[in-house]
Design a protein around this ligand. Structure first.
Ligand code: PGA
Length: 254
């Protein structure tokens, strides 16, 4: 039985002070849903204060990216060791990192390896662009991103891996994928690929999230699908009622 997960990616929103105020309210609202693994990923500078606030609460804190090298002359970057002081989770390979900041499959793989070596639960994002979708390349793109991200990852580390299928055309557009369509990609291009790379039991235990315009109204439909174990949420993670409705929907998944 895979524990449902709902992770909020705040992206570049909220100052530290705003984040603290928000989490004081949000945590009260989502804490009752014990059956769901709840994670928030604020911007770096808000993390120390928020992780202190959540110290004794079952709400995980994650970063939205991390660099693969342990330390050194990498201006502007943050290492796994720095993250570990405050966080248990990391998002790697988000499509905004890939599209806007030149992240490659190889770079994603290096970050995944570093994050897992540091013991962080690693949420790896994969998803096709609109052009790739329209050209019928969804399967090829998602399978490739997943396969490349997992190069060198031992099956013993796979319990710390979560994969998020996020079609780029559905992110921040209000135009979510259909639940059946998302489930098909997740099954065929992620779970079956992982079964081939490792074995069926690793694939069976792997949590796979859907992301892209998930909200309180459509979450239930995604979570009714067999292979969708939760959501990676952008816009709706910035509002307590919306994020709570998504967590509540995940708690009804069984
Ligand atoms: P969205 O973003 O929920 O605002 O579409 C999802 C994501 O980027 O993870």
């Amino acid at each position: 039985m895979r524990k449902p997960m709902v992770a909020g990616n705040w992206k570049m929103n909220k100052t530290s002070a705003q984040g603290v105020l928000f989490v004081q309210e949000l945590s009260q609202s989502i804490l009752p849903y014990e059956h769901v693994e709840k994670v928030i990923c604020p911007p770096y500078l808000a993390i120390p204060a928020i992780s202190a606030l959540l110290k004794d609460q079952p709400i995980g804190v994650g970063v939205q990216d991390v660099y693969s090298a342990p330390s050194g002359a990498f201006t502007g970057e943050v290492s796994v060791d720095m993250v570990k002081e405050f966080c248990q989770y990391v998002i790697i390979g988000h499509s905004e990192r890939r599209a806007l900041f030149g992240e490659t499959d190889k770079g994603v793989n290096q970050k995944v390896q570093a994050a897992l070596a540091g013991g962080l639960t690693t949420i790896i994002c994969a998803g096709e662009t609109l052009a790739e979708n329209e050209a019928g390349q969804t399967q090829a793109v998602v399978s490739r991103q997943v396969t490349q991200a997992l190069i060198g990852v031992e099956s013993s580390s796979m319990a710390k891996v979560v994969i998020a299928y996020e079609p780029v055309w559905a992110i921040g557009t209000g135009k979510a994928a259909s639940a059946e369509g998302a489930n098909r990609v997740i099954k065929e291009c992620i779970r079956d690929i992982v079964a081939g790379l490792y074995n069926p039991s690793v694939a069976d235990e792997l949590r796979i999230l859907y992301g892209g315009s998930v909200n309180g109204a459509n979450a239930e439909e995604f979570f009714s699908q067999k292979d969708i174990d939760g959501a990676l949420v952008g816009g709706a993670s910035l509002k307590t009622p919306d994020f709570t409705a998504i967590v509540a929907a995940a708690s009804r998944r069984n």
